[in-house]
Design a protein around this ligand. Structure first.
Ligand code: ATP
Ligand code: MG
Length: 359
């Protein structure tokens, strides 16, 4: 017990207490429970914050599944909450031309679009810009599986580099470029200026957001995983990348943990439990300065607001098997029964003993 007391508390209470937080990212490998965990975090945050927005940046939107309500790319109030909104955006949307097709086609926008990842980056920036003007107290991101998330977080730097390149090109060859643009039949000078204006504007947003993402008072990343080798490995990779991008992370949620009582009967579950324990030990060893929250594997899916709410108790107090959860009365009852059984056994023994003496 003493050992446990030295570890950071095993709940996400720290996230709810940190009232400066503006951006909360939830990420991890596919299928480990990111959507479930981010939805529950958003529900819990909505209890302590004036307004919360949860955004899914996963092209395979599943907030709608978790909340059993349809969401679109505009924030919609989640049924049953006065202050919790949800939206689903697709960073790969092809028809969303972030540079604007408003007369800026042509050589320059082709050039801009040639910067790797710029499309996705621009839609992400547009979305962040929009969300920033909406003034939510905190924004929770249900991100796509790991690789994709990291790419999104890299966008501010990708874009900044791309834009710098563009600006220096414009300064060097500005006149020539506009002549070429006209020659190649692309937009006119006004359109070109409009596009540069847009890029400049975007750059400001990106610089701001970049600064915010790197500020641990404003942004944190919560890693969700399961107690298995691949997930441990991916989590370590994620934590290292986040450190490289200077993005704060100090919470790990280990989902789908099989607790003792479930395994009592089944050999298979017992074996899985032993395997899980090995990786749980490694998580605790590797991340002894993190808040590690363990969530039980349920027999059923976590679907709909009521299930999410019921499951949320595990985010606030460490899971306890029902044997420990039992009330004192239940335990007293069990002791009485055991005493009774003991007494019966003693009487039986005595009877047998007496019988022997007679023989
Ligand atoms: N502890 C749990 N016990 C039982 N079922 C769970 C648990 N956690 C999540 N689930 C279920 O597992 C499925 C996957 O969870 P979820 O959608 O949250 O994962 P995800 O990481 O968001 O997946 P994806 O990478 O596909 O977006 C869902 O049907 C969810 O209800
Ligand atoms: Mg998901």
């Amino acid at each position: 017990m003493d050992l446990n007391q030295e570890l950071p508390e095993g709940t996400v209470q720290n996230v709810l207490d940190q009232d400066t937080l503006k951006w909360v990212f939830v990420g991890g490998k596919g299928g480990v429970g990111k959507t479930t965990c981010s939805s529950i975090l958003a529900i819990l945050l909505a209890r302590v914050r004036p307004s919360v927005l949860i955004i899914s940046t996963d092209p395979a939107h599943n907030l709608s599944d978790a909340f059993q309500q349809r969401f679109t790319k505009t924030p919609t109030l989640v049924n049953g909450f006065p202050n919790l909104y949800a939206m689903e955006v697709d960073p790969n949307m092809e028809n969303d031309d972030p540079l604007g097709s408003d007369n800026t086609d042509g050589f320059l926008s082709d050039l801009a679009n040639a910067i790797p990842g710029i499309d996705e980056a621009m839609s992400f920036a547009e979305m962040l810009k929009l969300v920033q003007t909406m003034d939510y107290s905190v924004i929770v991101f249900d991100t796509a599986p790991t690789g994709h998330t990291l790419r999104l977080l890299q966008f501010p730097s990708t874009l900044e580099k791309g834009l710098d390149k563009m600006m220096s090109l414009k300064n060097k060859f500005g006149g020539l470029l506009s002549q070429m643009t006209r020659l190649l039949g692309g937009g006119d000078e006004f359109a070109e200026d409009a596009m540069f204006g847009k890029l400049e504007g975007m750059k400001d947003v990106i610089e701001q957001v970049n600064k915010q993402f790197k500020d641990p008072d404003l942004t944190t990343f919560i890693c969700v995983c399961i107690p298995e080798f691949l997930s441990l490995y991916e989590t370590e990779r994620l934590v290292q990348e986040l450190t490289k991008f200077e993005i704060d992370t100090h919470n790990i949620i280990i989902n789908q943990v099989i607790f003792d009582e479930e395994a009592v009967e089944s050999k298979l579950l017992k074996a899985r439990m032993r395997m899980q324990q090995k990786y749980l030990d490694q998580f605790y060893m590797l991340y002894d300065d993190f808040h590690i929250t363990k969530l039980p594997l349920l027999p059923q899916e976590v679907c709909g607001v009521e299930s999410l709410k019921a499951f949320s108790s595990n985010f606030l107090s460490p899971y306890q098997p029902s044997i420990v959860r039992g009330t004192i009365e239940e335990l007293e009852q069990r002791i009485l029964i055991l005493k009774e059984e003991l007494k019966n056994a003693e009487t039986e023994l005595e009877r047998l003993g007496k019988g022997k003496q007679k023989v």
